[in-house]
Design a protein around this ligand. Structure first.
Ligand code: HEM
Length: 331
């Protein structure tokens, strides 16, 4: 078993707390039982698809979680991020700055969607599949026994019929953002400092490219000197190697635990935007980081509640939407 995991007992109690929390936090007219009558197999099909993908490649859990964040922050959780560009006709989010050569996991959602269509034709939105898959990606883990927290996912989202690269470029926070920028970008979505800090704990899994953390490890005094020097020597040269990967949380890169917050306190994280949460003079986020570093159960509960709020971000009123048959294109 990977080091740095919380014990099973801890996660179990986190799970109970979270179920209680999530039960009362359903946004935008969504409801957990939305498909109970029309697609009773849905949750099992999604979970099986995520489990298969994570078993094949443990990092995929992280990639699916990020896909959901990038969907929800751009015009709400409407699967807009899944739309393929149509040359000469439509430029969507996939090739926007924060997503190009970076966002991944589209094929996993395609495979799950195909399975869902086989049993419940034209019934379940791609946006809902992504919301469920993100929950399962957190909860499942490499050995399928001790993953991150779980929560009840409110359902009933509609898929977008349009989107734009520009919306992705302006709504998604950049990795060199300072805390005021992060706070205001989250506040613009109705999410507060606690949501920002808890959701940033997603960086306890996954990988980042040298291109996005180079400036932090070469230029920022906030980074631990030995940590930064190690990365400069091993994966991220001053020039070149832009695509080289490093784990966002090196102790247990595929385990959903609170290790990221311990790294933050030790100033051993990759992104400038992450380090901005701790030691940049903001008492609120400093205190939250310390609390989550000390108490994985508190992190698990706040993360799950914040994921439900993130999942409640709705498309602009009146946009209608549809249940896409293929997540890559409008019907
Ligand atoms: C707070 C502002 C955030 C910024 C500036 C940010 C930025 C980034 C960047 C630059 C990467 C590396 C991308 C690459 O090198 O290709 C990354 C990876 C990742 N992000 Fe964030 N992120 C933020 C918040 C979040 C949130 C809220 C979540 C989910 C709830 C999330 C989940 C992830 C995951 C799981 C990865 C690893 C993905 C993989 O390995 O495929 N991030 N993020």
């Amino acid at each position: 078993m990977a080091t740095g995991w919380l014990s099973g007992a801890l996660w179990l109690s986190a799970l109970a707390t979270v179920a209680a929390l999530a039960g009362g936090a359903q946004g935008q007219g969504l409801s957990p039982g939305f498909y109970n009558a029309t697609c009773p197999a849905l949750q099992a099909v999604v979970r099986r698809g995520v489990a298969r993908a994570v078993r094949r490649e443990p990092r995929m859990g992280a990639s699916i979680l990020r896909l959901f964040f990038h969907d929800c922050f751009v015009n709400g959780c409407d699967a807009s991020v899944l739309l393929d560009d149509v040359p000469g006709n439509f430029t969507g989010e996939k090739n926007a700055g924060p997503n190009a050569n970076s966002l991944r996991g589209y094929e996993v959602i395609d495979a799950i969607k195909a399975q869902v269509e086989a049993s419940c034709n034209a019934t379940v939105s791609c946006a809902d599949i992504l919301a469920l898959a993100a929950r399962d990606a957190v909860n499942l883990s490499r050995d399928m026994q001790l993953g991150g927290p779980s929560w009840t996912v409110p359902l009933g989202r509609r898929d977008a019929r349009n989107t734009s690269a520009n919306a992705a470029n302006t709504n998604l926070p950049p990795p060199d953002a300072g805390l005021p920028t992060l706070l205001s970008m989250f506040r613009a979505k109705g999410l507060d400092a606690r949501d920002l800090t808890a959701l940033s704990g997603a960086h306890t899994v996954g990988r980042a490219r040298c291109a996005v953390f180079r400036s932090h490890i070469y230029n920022d005094t906030a980074a631990d000197a030995a940590f930064a020097a190690g990365l400069r020597a091993s994966v991220c040269p001053a020039a070149g190697g832009d695509g080289n990967l490093a784990p966002l949380e090196p102790q247990a890169p595929d385990a959903f635990d609170n290790g990221f917050f311990r790294d933050l306190v030790a100033r051993r994280v990759l992104l400038r935007s992450d380090q901005a949460l701790y030691g940049a003079g903001n008492g609120t986020t400093d205190a939250l980081v310390r609390a989550y570093a000390a108490n994985g159960t508190a992190f698990a509960a706040d993360f799950a509640a914040a994921m439900v709020r993130l999942g409640g971000l709705a498309p602009a009123a009146g946009s209608g939407g549809e249940v896409r048959l293929n997540c890559r294109r409008v019907n």
